[in-house]
Ligand binder design. Structure first.
Ligand SMILES: *Cc1c(COP(=O)(O)O)cnc(C)c1O
Length: 364
């Protein structure tokens, strides 16, 4: 069987969680953390990540109901906020906290909550400039209407930043959110306000009562690069090494032709594993502590690498696609740069296809 392994360091995850807390502490120590574990915790495995963070955070955030169901069925008892799902039945079945982004959705939840005889906590999403989901018509009035629905308890009011790296625009989004907050404060419902993702954490005014970090927990942020530890390492093994003369074409389309006698390695990973085709002739991998280039077009299941500068390498040698080895390091940011995408896509793509192995936190 081929090796394609994502090693997930849960100690690094906890470290990153504490880094988030340390950033919050001097500004707003009571700010709660909603740990975002959608998309299988950005490819790190939502169940393991949630187990490691449970009891440390206020709640978990997932995109869809089925993700929450998996967490519940794995014994996760914490609050789970479902960001993007308007299904009603499962919310009650799994004891979840839905994000309401539409009045009709709130009505349907209220109806079911009455039937079940429970008071359902919900977070209401309002539009402030993301242009995706959220109440955009008279948000405060709508919140008031929702607050009056039977068996609905507004526990939170949230929005989402669309361009946190842009200070001016983020300030405007925060201003819009503050305006809604001011109006809602007259309604005597006292919800938890939250707007910030990982990037927004650099703006003290964006913190409100809670934040929703995802990427930062997994070890990535432009602003806190030194403080964070990437949690995911992806490795494979060389399945063949071939000594080819100058002028040999490599892979589909002959996009690479050896310029000299070369040692070409073959690794059993390709775009079907989330190792993007865009990485063709661009990416590097680490072999025996040395960075070597990907050569030729990345195939569906195979990729070629140039081992000429690592002459003593052997079949079955480990190849690091993502992570550290010796003095060398390849980050999700590096891969994202080569593939012209963002680290989010790198982690979700590579992490969800590789076989995961966990480095556990020490029991305390
Ligand atoms: C994904 C997501 C987050 C987390 O974003 P990061 O940039 O990973 O911190 C927060 N809130 C919502 C609504 C999201 O969809």
């Amino acid at each position: 069987m081929r090796l394609l392994e994502a090693e997930i360091d849960l100690k690094a995850l906890i470290h990153n969680f504490h880094t988030v807390k340390a950033v919050l502490k001097p500004i707003n120590p009571s700010c709660r953390i909603i740990a975002i574990v959608k998309a299988d915790a950005y490819g790190h495995g939502a169940v393991e990540v949630a187990r490691a963070l449970e009891k440390r955070c206020f709640a978990f955030g997932v995109a869809f109901l089925e993700e929450a169901a998996i967490l519940r069925e794995s014994g996760i008892k914490s609050k789970i906020i479902v960001l993007f799902d308007r299904e009603v039945e499962g919310i009650f079945k799994y004891d979840l906290t839905p994000v309401v982004f539409d009045f009709k959705q709130a009505q349907a939840l209220s109806k079911q909550a009455q039937k079940k005889g429970v008071a359902l906590p919900v977070h209401i999403k309002v539009e402030t400039g993301m242009g995706r989901l959220g109440i955009y018509n008279a948000p405060c009035k709508t919140i008031k209407k929702i607050a009056q629905l039977p068996n609905i308890k507004i526990e939170g009011v949230m929005s989402h930043l669309s361009e946190a790296e842009n200070k001016e625009w983020t300030t405007e989004q925060i201003r819009r959110f503050q305006e809604i907050q001011k109006c809602v404060s007259n309604l005597e419902i006292n919800p938890v306000f939250h707007i910030s993702n990982s990037h927004g954490i650099i703006y003290p005014e964006a913190l409100f009562d809670a934040i929703r970090p995802g990427l930062m927990l997994y070890g990535y942020s432009q602003n806190f690069e030194k403080e964070l530890k990437p949690c995911m390492k992806v490795k494979t093994k060389i399945i063949d090494i071939r000594r080819l003369p100058k002028g040999s074409p490599i892979s589909y389309g002959r996009t690479f032709i050896t310029k000299k006698a070369s040692l070409i390695g073959v690794i059993p990973v390709g775009y079907a594993d989330g190792y993007f085709r865009k990485l063709t002739n661009r990416a590097k991998v680490i072999v025996r502590g040395k960075k070597v280039p990907v050569v030729g077009t990345v195939c569906m299941d195979l990729t070629m690498i140039d081992l000429t500068d690592v002459p003593d390498t052997e079949i079955d040698d480990e190849v690091i696609l993502l992570g550290e080895s010796g003095n060398e390091k390849i980050t999700a940011q590096d891969i994202a740069g080569w593939a012209e995408t963002i680290p989010y896509e790198v982690l979700t793509s590579l992490g969800s296809r590789a076989k995961r192995k966990y480095i556990k936190e020490e029991a305390c």
